[in-house]
Design a protein around this ligand. Structure first.
Ligand code: UD1
Length: 354
């Protein structure tokens, strides 16, 4: 199997997808990008091109469940491998709209597999999630931890892993690497690319950043009665550029052996909500006001990766720490106080898009 060079990226305008596009373009890959912009904007591609000084490649606005449109993309381009990010990811919304999540996340993945098979494309890097471990308890979790998803988003990722494993077992031409992300945060160090949630942020780091920049008054801290050192919930935060790098390294290893392999992507260190608030305050040089509220339904006490397997298999480990994550998230927030929709000032003083 030759090393892939033309990569189709689904969900390439999203948070992790767009940073991965930068990483792949910087390493000489040719890209074909698909996104339905349901939680993203095509403006990110201007930023990706500015960072990389490269043309992103062909970009298509389509829903991957639209097999006819997807098939036309595969007809037009010679794709070596697919990196599949396209999915809904809001845990709270998934509890209210489970069918939307199963339809998009599971249905989107089966549609993609059908079209890949019809076009003899058999190499896939799949975006999975630590949320499939559910409330697995204390201590670092390795990949053998039994799945126990607690919400439809997590279940949809687990179902995708199950069907990908079965496809690999029955169709030996397929190779799949599933990467279970812990909590990717941060931004590209240029400040041009970052996390730009629509509406009120669901996730911690963008909320903290919006409080720091004055867009929101104070951060709600969901629960200080967890069995953790400071009472707030603990997660394994991973810089989005490390996350992106792991996808590039995964492409190097797709040809190692057939079948499906699963790897955790995390730093292996647990940080509480209050740790993140302090680290962000240090990065931005101002206090981040917060208020303790009751627990958020569905949240678990602690999720920390045993990240040893990917290090042993590929010799790869994340290199950026929480201070780097906060510094880069803060730079993006300062330069883009209203996200991609607003205008910002590039660090070199020039105006950039929109
Ligand atoms: C969740 C999913 C993860 C998914 C991610 C993307 C779980 C266990 N994890 O991560 O798989 O990829 O969403 O959407 O379902 N917090 C606050 N205040 C806030 C926001 C968050 O205190 O305003 C706390 C949460 O209670 C949690 C921590 O910060 O303890 C991290 O929350 P968040 O950033 O939303 O990520 P997860 O819920 O861990």
């Amino acid at each position: 199997m030759r090393k892939p060079s033309t990569i189709l990226v689904t969900g390439g305008a999203g948070f992790i997808g767009s940073h991965t596009c930068v990483e792949l373009l910087d390493h000489g890959y040719e890209l074909i990008v698909i996104d339905d912009y349901s939680n993203s904007t095509p403006q990110v591609f201007t930023r990706v091109e500015r960072i990389t000084d490269r043309f992103v490649g062909a970009v298509y606005e389509l829903d991957i469940r639209d097999r006819r449109a997807l098939s036309a993309v595969f007809d037009r381009h010679s794709v070596d491998a697919v990196v599949h990010f396209a999915a809904h990811k809001a845990v709270g919304e998934s509890t209210r709209m489970p069918i939307k999540y199963y339809d998009n996340n599971v249905g989107g993945t089966t549609a993609l597999l059908r079209v890949m098979q019809e076009h003899a494309v058999h190499q896939l890097v799949f975006s999975s999630s630590c949320s499939i471990y559910g409330d697995a308890g204390r201590g670092p979790l390795d990949e053998s931890t039994p799945a126990a998803p607690t919400n439809p988003y997590a279940s949809s990722k687990w179902l995708c892993e199950l069907l990908l494993a079965d496809v690999c077992a029955r169709c030996p031409e397929f190779t799949v690497l599933a990467l279970r992300y812990f909590n990717p945060v941060g931004a590209h160090p240029s400040g041009l690319l970052g996390e730009d949630p629509g509406g009120v942020p669901d996730n911690l780091m963008p909320y903290v950043a919006q409080v720091a920049v004055g867009r929101r008054e104070r951060l709600p801290v969901f629960g200080q009665d967890y069995a953790t050192p400071d009472g707030t919930a603990v997660r394994d935060y991973l810089h989005v550029m490390d996350t992106a790098e792991a996808h590039r390294v995964a492409l190097d290893h797709l040809a190692d052996r057939p079948g499906m392999q699963i790897f955790n992507l995390g730093v292996g260190a647990g940080r509480s909500v209050l740790d993140v608030i302090s680290a962000f305050a240090a990065a931005c040089g101002r206090a981040v006001p917060y208020q303790i509220l009751p627990r958020r339904p569905g949240d678990v006490t602690e999720l920390v990766a045993d990240a040893g397997a990917v290090a042993r298999a590929w010799g790869w480990r994340p290199t950026r720490d929480l201070a780097d994550m906060c510094r880069d998230a803060w730079r993006f927030q300062q330069l883009n106080p209203h996200g991609y929709a607003g205008s910002g000032r590039h660090p070199n003083g020039t105006r950039h898009d929109p």
